[in-house]
Structure formats: C-alpha cells, structure tokens
Design a protein around this ligand. Sequence first.
Ligand code: ADP
Ligand code: MG
Length: 294
Amino acid sequence: MTTGKFDTTPIARELAAMARRRQALSAQELPLPTRTRILTVVNQKGGVGKTTTAVNLAAALAQGGARVLVLDLDPQGNASTALGIDHHAEVMSTYDVLIDGEPLASAVAVSPQSKRLQVVPSTIHLAGADLELAGMERREHRLREALDAHLSSLDEPPHYVFIDCPPSLGLLTINAFTAATEVLLPIQCEYYALEGVSQLLDTIGRIQAHLNPRLTVSTVILTMFDGRTLLSRQVVDEVRSHFPEQTLDAVIPRSVRVSEAPGYGQTVIAYDPNSPGALSYREAAAEIARRGTA
Ligand code: ADP
Ligand code: MG
C-alpha cells in the first residue's frame, strides 16, 4: 500500500480499507448448514434490489463452497439473466413446475459461473401464472411440494435455496412463503424505504398462522446505500431500529459495477469480484452463513 502522506487522502484510505476487507474475506471459510436453508427474497416494491441480492448472495455462497439453487419466480427472468441462463419461452421453467406439475429436476440448469450454482429459470409464461394458480388444487403449496420432492430425491441437496419473487404479494409470492424457511427482506436506502413493510409483515403473519409455521423473517439487507447522502444514513438507522436482530452489518452500496453485471449475463461476484458492491455482497453472504449455524 501507499505510505507517508498519501495514506491520509480519502482515496488512499478507501483503497486500504478495501484491501483489508478483501484479505479478511479470503482468510475466512464459510460454515455450511447441516440442513437446506430456503430463503425467499421478498418485497412487494419493485426495483429495491431483490433480484440483485438473490443472485449475488447465491453466487457468493457458491464461491464460498456451498451448493446453491436459485428459483426464479419473477416472469421478468432477471435472476436467470444475471446467472447466465437462457429463459426464452421454450425452456423448462418454474412455470412448468408450478402449473404443469413437472418435476423440479427437469427444469434445473447449471450456471456457467459455477458448477455449484443451479438455477430454475422463469419464462414469460409465468406472467399468467397467478391467475392460473387461482383455480388450482392446493394452489398455495405447489412450489413447496415440488421443492420437497426434489430435495428429498438428492444425495447431495443444496445447502441454500434462494427464491427470487416478483414485486407483488400474489400467489407466486405466497407459494414462495409456503416453501421457504426464511424471509430475506431487501430494503432500498431511499425515500419511503419502509413503506409497505407493515403490510408485508401482516401477510407473513398470516402465512405463519395458516400455511407455514416454520417461516421466520431472518434477514434484512440494506441496498443501494449512498454514503454521501443524509437520507441513506437515516434509512440505515431507521431500519436497524425496526429490525435490530435481523439487519445485516454489511450494507450494499450503490455501485455502477453492480448494475452493469447483468448486461454481461453475470453477477458482480463474477464480473468484478473486488469491486465495492461485490465485497459487500460477499460480506453479507458470510454473515448469513455464520448466523445460520450460530
Ligand atoms: P428488484 O428485483 O427488487 O425489482 P433489482 O435487483 O432488479 O430490483 O434492482 C433494480 C435496479 O437497480 C436494477 O437495474 C439493478 O441493476 C439496480 N441495482 C440494484 N442494486 C444496485 C446497486 N447496489 N448499485 C447500483 N444499482 C443497483
Ligand atoms: Mg426482481
């Protein structure tokens, strides 16, 4: 690193801090859970960083040695794109699993980013699935049944399943709540950050009472933080006071590299692993891994 008076410039300090974070990350091994953790990434607001969070945590955990499965439940298919998976209308997808009862294994693809990272993509067909599900038997349980059957058929089940939800609280999201063990809630450091969160918590309470008693809101992650603004810092304080146990120490900064990566069919973990956004997602993944075995 630089020495002498250069150490005192803000840029030099930032570079030194990033070097320390990189070192700390490479020195630690991630503990693996003994049972599959199923995290559903939910916020009924669009554009808060659900998909970005799901794919980057998945990639970081896979890089750390875990087997990870991502289920794309958003018709937009942004998670599939970021993980380098084809999702044109003809590929087998979460739609075939949910609506036609196809086995989940028939729709699993392996991400080019890691052999430990598997994906069930979504296709545009999923856009009509909420309506189709409404008329079906056991309509809230279809994902859980497919996932349970899949996990119990495997000799080496994934350590983590991430479910990337659409921006609504419709039947797709309810299927995700029913299938999951944990809710992971991304909150964007923006105006009205907590808007809608009480409605979300009410819904989760009803799911716990009627459909899935094992579900907990285990993790809250702050996204698109901009340290230059007072607003971002206020949101961090407010969210930490609402969710003192659940909020991760790692905060994800707003970073151009994070938003560029999907354009290359990549997560930022693959695209630029030492950029600030990638470091923060790797730190967040390490916290999630440690908390799950604590
Ligand atoms: P959601 O899934 O909740 O709709 P996305 O993950 O798709 O949200 O993010 C919304 C937009 O913000 C996308 O264009 C994404 O690339 C961008 N974005 C997400 N996180 C960051 C970040 N940390 N820095 C910069 N851009 C981000
Ligand atoms: Mg999304």
